[in-house]
Design a protein around this ligand. Structure first.
Ligand SMILES: [Zn+2]
Length: 134
């Protein structure tokens, strides 16, 4: 996929809508997999502890450390499917809902670099807005 400028996204164009939907879906699927992986890791950590009935704190620390590593790894894997940029807090400064000011944002509405939509809900809203304005 080629990189495109933010202003090039024309939501009144049907093909563009489909392209944005596909991009948001890819991003959401990627994120869902990571959340699932994290839940699984926590589950395994907890189950293993009760099965082996380890009482030592070293185990707990090791599990927490593994989880932390996984979270960090996940954040760096949650990139924009279009341009590969890491979504940051600035990604959602487009629009009036500014809830994050800085840092990595796991729930971005748009990519801050190429402007592609990363949230299907937000995209649907924007498409509706464009359709109304016509
Ligand atoms: Zn992007």
């Amino acid at each position: 996929m080629q990189k495109r400028a933010i202003s090039n996204i024309d939501l009144s164009n049907h093909d563009e809508q489909e392209r944005q939907k596909a991009n948001a879906l890819r991003f959401e699927r990627r994120r869902a997999r990571l959340i699932f992986g994290f839940a699984l890791l926590v589950f395994i950590g907890l189950t293993a502890k009760s099965v082996v009935s380890l009482e030592d704190e070293g185990y707990v620390v090791a599990v927490m450390f593994a989880n932390l590593l996984f979270i960090l790894f996940s954040i760096f894997k949650c990139k924009c499917p279009n341009c590969g940029a890491l979504p940051t807090g600035h990604a959602i400064s487009a629009g009036q809902e500014i809830s994050y000011s800085k840092g990595v944002n796991p729930f971005p509405k748009k990519c801050s670099v190429c402007g592609f939509y990363l949230s299907r809900r937000f995209l649907t809203k924007e498409i509706r807005k464009v359709a109304k304005g016509k």
